[in-house]
Design a protein around this ligand. Structure first.
Ligand SMILES: [Zn+2]
Length: 142
């Protein structure tokens, strides 16, 4: 007797005898009545994996990160876009590594994050230089 394996909407996997195919069965986990498939289904792991991945993955924000990063690198005095690109890029890259975000934007996100870091570092460097310069002007004896 071949068994049919299928999953309830709650995620519970059920194995039923073939004679119950196409009939309603009660899920042992949540108690819902589920329609058993009428024919043995054997979804290929690749298909099932990519289908569930595309529905659960968040879309990447690579373009936004990259634009902010380029703005930051081109105009470090703005400061804010660089921090945003850096923070957004880091968190998005972590989510991609964890498999929660569409990894197709990884390269763009990385580029945007690096641009954001460069812009932020230039801003901090320039700020420190100016601060030291003004300190020197005010503190040195005339
Ligand atoms: Zn269930």
């Amino acid at each position: 007797m071949a068994n049919i394996v299928f999953a309830c909407t709650c995620g519970q996997k059920m194995a039923i005898e073939e004679r119950f195919a196409g009939r309603q069965v009660k899920c042992p986990a949540c108690g819902a009545k589920v329609m058993a498939p009428s024919a043995p289904v054997s979804p290929s792991p690749g298909e099932a994996g990519s289908a569930s991945a595309s529905t659960t993955l968040r879309p990447h924000r690579a373009v936004a990160v990259l634009v902010l990063g380029i703005v930051a690198a081109a105009a470090p005095c703005l400061f804010v876009p660089g921090i945003i690109a850096w923070v957004m890029g880091s968190s998005d890259l972590r989510q991609m590594a964890a498999g929660r975000m569409d990894p197709s934007g990884e390269i763009l996100t990385k580029s945007g994050k690096i641009c954001g870091m460069i812009g932020t570092i230039i801003f901090i460097g320039v700020t420190i230089t100016y601060a030291l310069f003004f300190l020197a002007v005010y503190l040195l004896p005339q």
